[in-house]
Ligand binder design. Sequence first.
Ligand code: AMP
Length: 209
Amino acid sequence: MRMILVGPPGAGKGTQAGRLIETYKIPHISSGDMLRAAVKEGTELGQEADTFMKAGKLVPDDVVIGMILERVAKPDCENGFMLDGFPRTRPQAQALDEAMVKANVELDAVLLIEVPDQLLEERACGRRTDPETGTIYHLKYNPPPADIVDRLQHRKDDTVEAVSTRVQKYHSETAPIVPFYENKGILKRVDGVGTPDEITKRITAALAT
Ligand code: AMP
């Protein structure tokens, strides 16, 4: 299964990806996670990406494309992968398409998780990640167990200002890639409003069609 998760910030892509990879046994490749790891390690790529990320802006295409194409060429992706947060622009979608044609493989599905803008700020700003397990919680909608609250991390770009920029970028840069996949007949739209369990059920049903 080669698939892509698309959706605005706070749509629940990371939460759902964590569940889906257990079912499909494929690597979860999150461009955001890879960039955050690079920032933490202080690599050249991380230093370049940091300013863009903090402001909620997109990291330049050439940086992200190189990083992801290198990752999907690794042996563990031979039988499939789940891309989360990439592609996010037309040039990224084009570059992925070209790389897949070259490798003689095809995408099976592009899942679009749809959530209205007015819900995104609260969803993203209340999000907390457990660095030990990678589990994503929400202080109100998916509260963490009391004994791990102190170790949870709040992303630097899950602030009102950065989320607003990220939502704008989603509409101007990412939404235009949707018709590209719709024309290929592999786009599956899923309503992302509901509990994580409800959305997983919808995704599983959409992927079965
Ligand atoms: P995410 O974890 O997917 O919400 O990504 C967090 C941030 O990383 C984004 O706001 C961007 O600054 C950067 N980023 C992640 N994926 C991409 C991408 N495909 N293209 C450009 N920037 C990205």
